[in-house]
Structures are given as structure tokens and as C-alpha cells.
Design a protein around this ligand. Structure first.
Ligand SMILES: Nc1ncnc2c1ncn2[C@@H]1O[C@H](COP(=O)(O)OP(=O)(O)OP(=O)(O)O)[C@@H](O)[C@H]1O
Length: 862
């Protein structure tokens, strides 16, 4: 008998280990960093007040502080003048008076930077270097002021400047070398500067001092910048006048100086993709769009042509940009010292290898650099559920099979049993002359004699020359998700989107790649394990992918199945702009979302085409290697996995409106990293239509109630003979595998989502392109020429210059949303600048020159 696993029982089986894990996660997890960081920031501000007020009222507080530890607290507290009371007075007294003097103020930026780093995971300056500097300058300033105090003999008034340590050091040095102590203090600074800032020549320092130059403002150390600036001055660009004065040093990202020759890449095949154009009739759906066809048909990835080389980002310190201060103070110097070759120097630097080395690979995960993948400890262990098939059971079943076959006159040469978690596979080699079809026809008789449901005969076993008989075990073994996720096979999987489904009937862990499927159709009668299966798939992806690499679009018409995942909205979910919930439950929104994904698909194809790549992997690889320029619209593209929990509901309520975009996505989206997982409990032909089925080569079936359902989903019977509770058949291409799905309980999914959700996320879910329904589109067709879009003129000029009537061109170049670009295109049509919509082709541009365009603007009084 199959062993039932009751979810309620399982939840109550939460061990003490789990709670200690929770405690560990709480204490050392990201939240603790946030708490410590926040407190450090607060401390830095409080100390600033305490120190500052000590400078004003320190003298008056001296006597109180002296007796603070002897007198009752409320007494000393009431007498003290420090803004932070007796605590502030005592702390400031120690740091300033007893120890470092006003050098103690340097501790505050150190605390602040540490606080920012812990709280926001952002290092505004290198913490380690800052710590060394703060420590050195604190002691050094204290010593210098100590010397001044001793020299001026004003210990009584000014010892706050140096603190006790400064005075002590100076007393010691004075005893040692007399007034020569100042030389030692100066030498200490000299040695520190030379070694710490790696100065190898004093020449530039002298020049700098002569030129009275001020180091440019920067968050870095001023001395360090001074030397960096001097380095830059050594490589000026003689042929160009000094560039316009800039107030800020450009950030590394802005310094990227792309020299892309994008004109080399054909743009004339861009398509018009207005909503009404994408929503074609079902017959049209099967046609590939031009872009997609081009991308898919491209035989091999184009080698990096010279035209692409410049796409690589510029090195941070390109000599073409003398700093603002250099331009102002020493322009002659810049012009005189640069040798003519200097202007051509960038050539060798354009080599992608060099630049890659200079800038390193682009890391898409940097935004959430502290993101921690969920740990295996969040998943439960089920030691008690490890049921083994006994030898006795194996033997008795073997005997029964052999007996039943011999009753029908079929003799067997050999028989071999392979026990799995749910079923045991008996492989028989029939004697010579036995017809396979005879054995197959005995399926029901064998089931009868074994008194077992779910017997499946595979005749012949592909590639084995045997006949397989799958017989369910008396006690089934539950395959826990912990076992499969922690397996080497999954952990070391090199798949793009690794998914571990469970175990095969020979007890092997089954890992597959969603990116290769490329879409998955799941069916199964109610209560057979579909939701568990989907959770296993989602959990496997969450265990292997960073939020920057993967986004889910979750459609849950049943409203409860996927709701647990709402916690990871800001990490892993994608949604339509302007919507509150990332998990879509409303049919109308499903239609918009599907169409929005189609828009995303089209724009991704365009990016791939422009980047000269055949698929998302190549594209992202090129982007990571900095061979694609973000300023030309290129960006790192995460995989998008669309999960539809119940297709039947949607097909019943929206029919073709959902079928069309699903079919379109399934047909085209594989190359650009959009993958579909669609589940249904009613695998009938009106739900899984021919159009949908044809585009889902990978299918997963849990137990279904009728043979005909099994045929609909798998094109063969078998799913009706499964035993339920995660017993399933996985069909990929022509390979069918029987699997026991791993089991993941709701509290486990909850724990994973909590773990991710508690970490720092993006400000919002990943936003899909805007899409509005047909009604909105039709309303906007009546163009009011009195109210043209503010970007109308720019868009018109863009279209005329490129001679290409494409909405996506406007979208991309002007960084506009899809709807707005579409509206502008309508206005361009209404003003006679472009022709009417021409299906999949770009619109004709009716204005040939900018002069003519200016005339039109004048006529329109623009
Ligand atoms: N892989 C599995 N291993 C063990 N038990 C399982 C497994 N999958 C499902 N079960 C059992 O079957 C029950 C029902 O599973 P599940 O909720 O996934 O069914 P379902 O097909 O999604 O049903 P519905 O369509 O009604 O939502 C689970 O509560 C669990 O007890």
C-alpha cells in the first residue's frame, strides 16, 4: 500500500533542529547586519554631538567627569553640560582629553563608513585603507599637537588638542632627542605617505605644490587623488582643447566611452510591433517574426568583428580627459608634454582583452552582492521515510510474473529486478521466438495476478533489448527535496536552468535543464502531486539562480497555490508596471501580461539581432565580457520563467486571447530566455489545443483518470496507470522516463521564500514592458493634432534620419515605453510623416529630408 504523507503531520514534525537553524539565521543573517549597521551609524552621529559639545563645554565638565564614577549618576548627570549628558561627557573626555585630542574626530568617518557598508552593502570608500589612515593620522595629529603644546608651554589650555597620548609621545621623544622630536614626527608622515600612497618620485609633488593645485573633490583620500591626478596629467591629449569643465569626477560607469559603430549593424529590418499587430489571428501566430527568423536562422555566432571591438567599455583612466583642475591651472603643461603618439595611444587599448583586463567582467549580481542562496538546512530531513523493498517482496513478485507468463505459454530466459522509490522494474529477456506483442497484451493479467494497480509494460525497453515490467512497491519511499537538492548531480549541474524533478525508477536523481526543454506542460488529476511538482521546480531554480539571473512571472488563477512566492517579489518576480501584486490571479491581467511578454520577446530579439547573437546565453556572455554597449540599449537579460498554475481556467474564460500569446511565446521565446511552465488538471483537447501542444515538446504527467487524457498529454497511454503521490512520467522529445517526484512541503517553501524575502532586494519587482488592451489602443487612434506628444518632434526627426518607421526604434533610442511610442507613431501617421501600418514590416517613411520635416513642423506650428 502506498504510504500517504499528510502535510499537517509533516509540518508538526518540525524538529528542534529547525528552530535552532532559525535562530542562527536570525543572529547571523542579513537582518543582523542591518541592525548592527544602523546602530553604528547612529553611534557615529551621537559621538559627533558628544565630541563637538565637549569642545565647547569640556572644561566645565572636567570636575564632574572626574567624580562621575563615585557620585550617584543623577547627581553628575544634572551638573554636566555635554549635550549627551554624563555618558557623552565621559566618552568624549576619554577619547579627546585622555587619548587622541581632536584627532579623535577622525574615528567618526570610520564609524560612519562602516555603518553605511553594513546597512546598505555599499562601500563609499575602501574600509581597510580608511582604517589604516584613521589610525595613523589620529596618532600623528595627536603627536603633532603634543609637540605644539609643549613648545608653546600651554599644557594647561591646549592639551585638549593633543590628548594624553600626544603629550606622552612628545615627552618621551623630548627626553630622547630634545626638540628634534618634530623631525621624527615629520619623518613619520613622510614615510607613511611614501609607502601608503606608493609615491615613487617627489618631482610631481613639488610641481603640485608650486602650482597650488587643489586635489579634485572625491570620496577617496585627497593625497591619493593628488597622485592620481598627477598621473593623468602625464598623458594629456594635445590635439583637443581642454574639455568642458566638469564639476565631478565621472563615475567608472559613466567613464565608459563606447566607440560603437552601430551603424554597421542593419537596422532596416526592424519591425513595427503595435498591440494590434501582435495580436494576430491564430493562423498568423505560427509565422515567425522577421527578427526572430533572422536570429534563429543565423547559422553560427558571428565572430567579433573589428566593428565591434570598440563596443568594449573604456578604461577608467583614459588620458583624453584631463581633470578640471589640470585644465585650469596648467593648460600649457598639458599641451607641451603630450607626445604626438599619445593621441593614437587608445588604439592598442581598444583591444577587448586589454579592456576586459582593466575593467574585469561585468557582474550582474553586483546590485545584490550580499545575496545569499538559500541553505539546504531550510529543508527537512525524513529519515524515517526511507522504505526499502525487501528481498522477499522482490522474489515473490518475480515468481508471480514468471508464473503468469508461463501460464500463457511464454518462457523467459532471464529476469532482473531494479527497485526504485515507488516502483520496481523487472526486466525480462524472453526466450527465442516469443512475440513482444503477446507479453504486452498480458498487462491486465499480470496486474491481476500481482493484485496491484499501476503496472506498466515497456516492450521493448529502448536500447536494452529487454521487456520492462514496472510493478509498484508495497511501501514507497518518499523522495525528499533535501536529498535531491543536496545531491552532487544537482549541485554540480552546469545547466542554465537546472531543475531536479526527483528520482528515476532505478533510484538515480533526475536533473534536467528547463532552458533546453524549452517549455514544460504539466498535467495530472487533482491531488496527484502537481502543485508539489511545481514547487519542486521553482525551489530548484531558487537554489541555483541569483535574483539578477532569473525572474518568474507567476499566474495563479486558483489564487492560493503560488501565493507563498509573493515574499520574493522584489528578488525574483516580474510584473506589469503599475500593478500591486506580482502574482497574477485575474484573467484580464493574464492577457495583458502574456502580451507584455510578447513585447518583451520582440524587444529581446531586437537586442540579440543588434548584438549579433543567436541566443540569450551568447548575448549575456558578450554583455558580461563588455562587448555590448549599455548606452545602445543593451542590458543583461535575466531568464524569465512564466508559470501558469491552471491553464483550464484561463482557456475557459479567455480562450483565444490566452491561447494566441501562449502559442506565440512557446514558439519563439526559447532563444531569448523566456520559458513556460503550464499546468492543468484537465488535459483535454479543448484545453491543451494542438497549437499549444505542438510547442511544448517537454511534458510531465502525474496520474490522470482516463487513457484519453494520457494520450492528450503524452501521446500515449501510461499516465492513467501511475500510482499517484508524485508518481509521474516525463516525456522529452521521444524519451519517456518514469519518475518519483521529490516532495517539498508548504513550510519548506515558506522557509525558502522567507529566507530570500528577508534579504535586501531590488526596489521593485522586475518590470515588464507596458501593454494595454485593444480598447485602449483603439481609443487612442483618434489623434488630436492639437495635443501632440512633447517628444513628437524628436521622434519625427529620428524616424526621418533613419528612414525607418519603427515603433521599437522610437522606444529604444528615446527610451520611451511601448504605449507612448505607439501613440507617437499614430501621430506621425496622422501628420503624414509615416505611412500606415504594414503588418510585420516597418512603416514607410513619407518624408525624405529634414528640410521637408521642418516645413511640416512649421505648418503644424511646432
Ligand atoms: N512527490 C510526492 N511525494 C509524496 N507525496 C506527495 C508527492 N506529491 C504529492 N504528494 C501528496 O499528494 C498530496 C496532493 O498533492 P498536490 O497538492 O501537489 O496535488 P495537486 O495535483 O496539485 O492537486 P490540486 O490540483 O487539487 O491542487 C500532497 O498533499 C501530498 O500528501
Amino acid at each position: 500500500m502506498a504510504k500517504k504523507v499528510e502535510p499537517s503531520k509533516q509540518s508538526s514534525r518540525k524538529s528542534a533542529g529547525n528552530s535552532s537553524r532559525g535562530l542562527k539565521t536570525t543572529l547571523f543573517g542579513p537582518s543582523s547586519k542591518l541592525v548592527v549597521g544602523g546602530l553604528t551609524l547612529l553611534l557615529s552621529v551621537l559621538l559627533l554631538f558628544a565630541f563637538f559639545s565637549y569642545l565647547i563645554s569640556g572644561e566645565a565638565d572636567q570636575s564632574v567627569v572626574g567624580s562621575a564614577f563615585n557620585a550617584p549618576l543623577h547627581d553628575s548627570g544634572s551638573k554636566v553640560q555635554n549635550w549627551l549628558g554624563v555618558t557623552g561627557a565621559v566618552i568624549a573626555h576619554f577619547f579627546i582629553f585622555r587619548w587622541f585630542g581632536i584627532g579623535a574626530f577622525l574615528l567618526l568617518p570610520l564609524l560612519f563608513v562602516t555603518g553605511v557598508k553594513l546597512t546598505f552593502a555599499r562601500e563609499i570608500m575602501p574600509l581597510k585603507r580608511l582604517t589604516y589612515q584613521v589610525l595613523f593620522y589620529m596618532f600623528w595629529l595627536s603627536s603633532l599637537f603634543g609637540f605644539l603644546v609643549m613648545w608653546t608651554d600651554s599644557k594647561a589650555n591646549l592639551s585638549t588638542l593633543s590628548g594624553g597620548i600626544g603629550l606622552f609621545i612628545n615627552q618621551f621623544l623630548y627626553n630622547l632627542v630634545g626638540w628634534g622630536s618634530i623631525a621624527i614626527i615629520a619623518a613619520a608622515l613622510f614615510v607613511f605617505v611614501i609607502y601608503f600612497y606608493r609615491v615613487d618620485s617627489l618631482e610631481h609633488v613639488a610641481e603640485k605644490v608650486e602650482g597650488m593645485k587643489v586635489p579634485r573633490p572625491s570620496i577617496g583620500n585627497p593625497l591619493k587623488n593628488l597622485f592620481r591626478e598627477l598621473e593623468e596629467e602625464e598623458e594629456p591629449e594635445p590635439e583637443k582643447p581642454a574639455p568642458p569643465v566638469k564639476t565631478e569626477t565621472p563615475k567608472p560607469a559613466k567613464r565608459v566611452v563606447p566607440v560603437i559603430i552601430e551603424e554597421d549593424l542593419p537596422e532596416e529590418e526592424e519591425e513595427e510591433i503595435l498591440p494590434e499587430e501582435t495580436d494576430q489571428e491564430l493562423e498568423e501566430v505560427s509565422r515567425l517574426t522577421e527578427d526572430a527568423r533572422q536570429v534563429l536562422a543565423r547559422p553560427v555566432p558571428r565572430p567579433v568583428e573589428p566593428a565591434y571591438e570598440p563596443v568594449v567599455f573604456e578604461m577608467p583612466v583614459v588620458p583624453a580627459k584631463p581633470s578640471r583642475t589640470a585644465a585650469k591651472a596648467e593648460p600649457d603643461f598639458i599641451i607641451e608634454t603630450a607626445p604626438p603618439e599619445e593621441t593614437r595611444k587608445p588604439d592598442p587599448e581598444l583591444d577587448p582583452e586589454d579592456r576586459l583586463q582593466a575593467l574585469g567582467l561585468y557582474d550582474p549580481t553586483l546590485d545584490l552582492a550580499r545575496y545569499q542562496f538559500p541553505s539546504i538546512d531550510l529543508l527537512k530531513e525524513y529519515p524515517a521515510d526511507k522504505a526499502q523493498v525487501t528481498e522477499e517482496e522482490l522474489k515473490s513478485k518475480k515468481d508471480t510474473i514468471v508464473r503468469t507468463l508461463s501460464d500463457y505459454g511464454i518462457s523467459i530466459a532471464s529476469i532482473k529486478a531494479t527497485p526504485g522509490p515507488t516502483v520496481t522494474l523487472y526486466e525480462i529477456v524472453p526466450s527465442a521466438g516469443v512475440k513482444i506483442s503477446r507479453i504486452k497484451s498480458l498487462e491486465d493479467d499480470i496486474a491481476l495476478s500481482l493484485a496491484a494497480l499501476g503496472i506498466r509494460i515497456i516492450a521493448p525497453m529502448p536500447g536494452k533489448g529487454t521487456i520492462g515490467i514496472e510493478v509498484p512497491n508495497k511501501n514507497r519511499e518518499m523522495v525528499s527535496i533535501r536529498t535531491v537538492i543536496s545531491s552532487d548531480k544537482f549541485q554540480k549541474s552546469g545547466a542554465e536552468l537546472p531543475v531536479v524533478l526527483g528520482k528515476t525508477i532505478s533510484n538515480e536523481i533526475f536533473v534536467t535543464d528547463l532552458a533546453k526543454m524549452p517549455h514544460l506542460l504539466i498535467a495530472g488529476a487533482t491531488g496527484q502531486g502537481k502543485s508539489v511538482g511545481m514547487n519542486v521546480i521553482l525551489a530548484s531554480l531558487l537554489y541555483k539562480k541569483h535574483p539578477a539571473q532569473l525572474k518568474f512571472v507567476l499566474v495563479d488563477p486558483k489564487k492560493v497555490e503560488l501565493s507563498l512566492f509573493s515574499k520574493i517579489e522584489r528578488h525574483f518576480l516580474a510584473k506589469l508596471p503599475g500593478t500591486d501584486d506580482a502574482i497574477i490571479t485575474d484573467t484580464k491581467k493574464v492577457i495583458y501580461t502574456l502580451n507584455s511578454l510578447c513585447v518583451e520577446m520582440d524587444s529581446r530579439y531586437e537586442l540579440l539581432k543588434n548584438g549579433g547573437c543567436r541566443n540569450l546565453k551568447e548575448y549575456n556572455q558578450k554583455f558580461v565580457e563588455r562587448r555590448l554597449n549599455p548606452e545602445k540599449g543593451h542590458r543583461f537579460l535575466p531568464y524569465i520563467v512564466l508559470v501558469i498554475d491552471e491553464l483550464a481556467d484561463l482557456m475557459m474564460t479567455a480562450g483565444k486571447e490566452v491561447e494566441t500569446p501562449i502559442a506565440r511565446l512557446a514558439q519563439l521565446a526559447r532563444a531569448i530566455g523566456i520559458h513556460l511552465i503550464v499546468a492543468t488538471q484537465r488535459p483535454s483537447v479543448d484545453i491543451i489545443t494542438g497549437k499549444i501542444k505542438a510547442n511544448f515538446p517537454a511534458r510531465l504527467s502525474f496520474r490522470v483518470t482516463q487513457k484519453v487524457d494520457s494520450r492528450t498529454i503524452l501521446d500515449t497511454s501510461g499516465a492513467d496507470q501511475l500510482v499517484g503521490q508524485g508518481d509521474m512520467l516525463f516525456l522529452q522529445g521521444s524519451d519517456m522516463t518514469r519518475l518519483q517526484c521529490a516532495f517539498v512541503d508548504t513550510p519548506e517553501v515558506d522557509a525558502i521564500c522567507d529566507y530570500i524575502g528577508e534579504q535586501q532586494g531590488y526596489p521593485d519587482a522586475y518590470l515588464l514592458p507596458e501593454f494595454e488592451g485593444d480598447e485602449a489602443g483603439n481609443e487612442e487612434k483618434d489623434v488630436d493634432l492639437g495635443q501632440l506628444d512633447p517628444m513628437f518632434k524628436d521622434a519625427a526627426r529620428l524616424i526621418v534620419i533613419h528612414q525607418q518607421g519603427s515603433t521599437s526604434l522610437i522606444q529604444r533610442k528615446m527610451k520611451l515605453g511601448y504605449n507612448r511610442a505607439g501613440r507617437i507613431m499614430d501621430q506621425l501617421e496622422a501628420t503624414g510623416i509615416v505611412g500606415p501600418f504594414e503588418g510585420s514590416k516597418a512603416r514607410e517613411v513619407l518624408v525624405q529630408s529634414e528640410e521637408r520635416l521642418d516645413e511640416i513642423f512649421r505648418e503644424l506650428r511646432l
